[in-house]
Ligand binder design. Sequence first.
Ligand code: ADP
Ligand code: MG
Ligand code: MG
Length: 256
Amino acid sequence: MSNLEIRGLKVSVKLPDGQLKPILAGVDLTVRAGETHAIMGPNGSGKSTLAYSIAGHPKYQITGGSVTLDGADVLSMTVDERARAGLFLAMQYPVEVPGVSVANFLRTAKTAIDGEAPKLRTWAGELRGAMERLQMDPAFAQRNVNEGFSGGEKKRHEIVQLELLKPKIAILDETDSGLDIDALRVVSEGVNRIGATGETGLLLITHYTRILRYITPDYVHVFARGRIVEEGGPELAEKLEAEGYERYLAETGPAT
Ligand code: ADP
Ligand code: MG
Ligand code: MG
């Protein structure tokens, strides 16, 4: 079984003047294939910094700790190597890919990750099936990646990628933001399907509790001031919905 292990992770962001601003103050988290984890927390607590750091974004500098995937050192890998190792991070892909259709993009990504092109005989059917399950128009496959996509189309495309690329670990940052209720349901069902395969570990990062009405995480971690301040099961999400994050902001003090 695959697992992502984050140990004592400390991260600073590089500011334009070259200074380092500490954001993550030591994060410990283990995500195994088949588990669904939710990271929840107030705006500015460092949730996206965690996702970007694991993705290898150059703006974020690791100042301590480790991240391993099945024992392999993720932090020393290039962004491409991370994807081939089985990490899926939606933000690693360019915002727009001019002139590249969704169909070509997905086939190229699948080929890069598997090390061989998908079988022509079965690939078209897999792509069609994945799009149907996300209730997407087949014509969508011929559009250029992210060009003029609505918020909902971007998120559905993310889930189609997950279904086809079958990563070991997927990190989804604010997958629920900007979705209307129908899109939220369809996207959540996609996430649940991927969770149910038992082959992918899911790390859902969200500020709002609403997506957790459709997806029941195995574990909930509350993030505040750059660290995990509370952990529990799905009942913790219900508590957060009722009480908000006020308590954690008062309790934890500044990140160091
Ligand atoms: P969240 O995703 O929980 O809302 P972020 O990880 O986006 O939080 O941000 C955490 C903190 O780091 C915030 O105070 C934010 O202003 C700061 N930060 C993140 N990225 C940058 C950046 N590129 N430049 C300056 N500050 C940043
Ligand atoms: Mg599960
Ligand atoms: Mg964020």
